[in-house]
Design a protein around this ligand. Sequence first.
Ligand code: SF4
Length: 227
Amino acid sequence: MSKRLHQHLFPIIDAMVEDALEDLESEGEEISCRKGCNHCCHLLVEVSWEEATELANWVLNLPHSRRERFLGRIRKNAAEARELFLSDKKAHRFLKPADGEEEIPDHIFDRYFYGKRRPCPFLELGACAAYEVRPTPCRLHMVTTDPELCSAESEEQEYETHQRLEELQEQATPVIQAAEKTHLWGQLGIMVEAAYQALIENNLTTKADNNNSEVACDNGDQKTRVA
Ligand code: SF4
């Protein structure tokens, strides 16, 4: 089940990151990412179905009012992303270069979405509310230059990822791919919205299979953990 999958995957990713950090420290380098700095939480974040399910499960287990708040943000984020992808020709071109057209380099792509200033729905009070189940891209996103350079307002608009961290991302890819079953990826809000719906439907089905005459619903009295 996806939860167990990521219980295994995240510790592996985190251990790789720890390893890279030790290497960097031994070279006198320092990661400048800090709690409260959230420039990268305004980038386009793509997640797998399993990661989206982790986040959706986190939402599902929140107390009612908090859950509703996050669901509202997730739906808004998904709707905005859909609108952007469908209506903005430039965004569309980033995703699907026309025949013969060169692929847009990642940093320009990131800058474009960053410029739209769409905060991740899990960003709360400047920090990640779902930190323990944040997806892999968020675990690997680290820079060694001044955090201000990550800002869209920065004139230089250039940040560097240390070479060791780039290697880490390359190393992590096969680990992630081996762990993913569905190979289904997408924008965070859209994926979490769909994964949440799937969890609810799965819960309804399980209830029906158990021949329970009560209909499970997503209300304040019900907390459901999908393992
Ligand atoms: S999941 Fe958390 S760390 Fe990742 S972009 Fe969203 S708020 Fe930031």
